[in-house]
Design a protein around this ligand. Sequence first.
Ligand code: FAD
Length: 407
Amino acid sequence: MNVCIIGGGASGCLCGILLAKNGHRVTIYEKNDKIGKKLYITGKGRCNLTNATTGAEFLSNVVTGSKFIMSAETRFNSNDTIELFKSFGVPLKIERGNRVFPVSDKSSDIIAALYSQLKKYKVNVQFNSNVTDILQENGKAIGVVVNGTNQYYEAVVVATGGKSYAATGSTGDGYTWAKQLGHKIIEPVPSLVAINVTDKDTFVLQGLSLKNVSVSAYCGDKKIYTSSVGEMLFTATGVSGPLILSLSAYINRLNPKDITLAIDFKPGLTREQLSNRIAREIANLGAKQVSSLLEELLPKSLCGIFANRLGVLETYKANQLNKETRERLITMLKGFTLNVESLEDFDRAVITSGGVCTKEVSPKDMQSKLIKNLYFIGEVLDIDALTGGFNLQLAFSSAVACASNLR
Ligand SMILES: Cc1cc2nc3c(=O)[nH]c(=O)nc-3n(C[C@H](O)[C@H](O)[C@H](O)COP(=O)(O)OP(=O)(O)OC[C@H]3O[C@@H](n4cnc5c(N)ncnc54)[C@H](O)[C@@H]3O)c2cc1C
């Protein structure tokens, strides 16, 4: 078949290689002057290519669309990605949390490998080619409009990505065409994104990184999400870091002003254990100041804020803290509250949540159920996952499902 793919990103490139390998004539239209502009910045330039987990464990990290992607992930999972990229000549390594990276720590090696495979299978990659429309006739996709000219194909694959980090080329064009063609679009919202808070007393903490904490999100009294134990970071206007990015995926469709975060600085201890620990510390400190007690429990820069919120002077004697204040200290250590002001916008979001509604797409080959010969792969679909290499795996699994079954 004569196929065109719109977008030379992660999903578009892999799909192009495999379609060409299967004997199709393939053209990729990429609006940039190179492929993989977003791939280049993945994993802070190191490209967290996939996550070495499969099946239920993999799917538990998929926030939206796990049911839809299940069969594609079964047919092409992270082991397959690892083997494929090794066969492309890229040595890989597995790091903490099963994150898979190129041994070189260079995303450019992943891009170079994809480009060399595109060349090997004679995929026609057209750069500086901005697609502005999809042509359809009698419920069938028949081509695209590229740089103002109609180009006709037997199948059209939309691999335009989401709308985060628009400077990389993903500007959400796929959503517009899909909607025009009758597809339902789940409202795109930023995900895996830093959170701004209203608590100005924490802004001085900018740069403070915390390990071994957990964070919960509440909407009123209702707990929405509790993270695992991990790392977070204070920023100039709020919080970020792995735990916070993941948490954002669970609150990004709610009114941010209704959300409160609670940081558990001692997730390994129950209230009772913490109470005993504080009693022990106070006994050891004797007549020393509250600041000394807080420093035993927290990073130094947090102590002043704790004392302020507790309403005690840091110069108080630790052993003069009354029971009620100690209880409030325990409550604060187990749930230091931050009131959400907003989530950062698309320009700073790792991914877009939302997109082409998967109910109208076949999970077997990613073909539109509304328009024949039209396919959607990668982030343009309403599928998204947590950080750790899962989103690229979603792009690859959907690309392979399309490439293996397009006929
Ligand atoms: C800062 C950052 C770090 C990330 N790190 C990781 C990570 O380490 N691991 C991970 O799993 N995920 C990571 N992600 C997410 C991951 O990069 C994306 O989920 C993935 O790239 C999506 O692949 P895609 O093929 O759907 O879209 P993209 O890779 O975004 O590719 C879409 C392509 O389509 C082109 N295009 C769009 N519209 C048009 C048009 N009209 N005409 C022609 N071309 C068009 C774009 O120029 C682009 O090249 C990261 C994202 C960001 C922003």
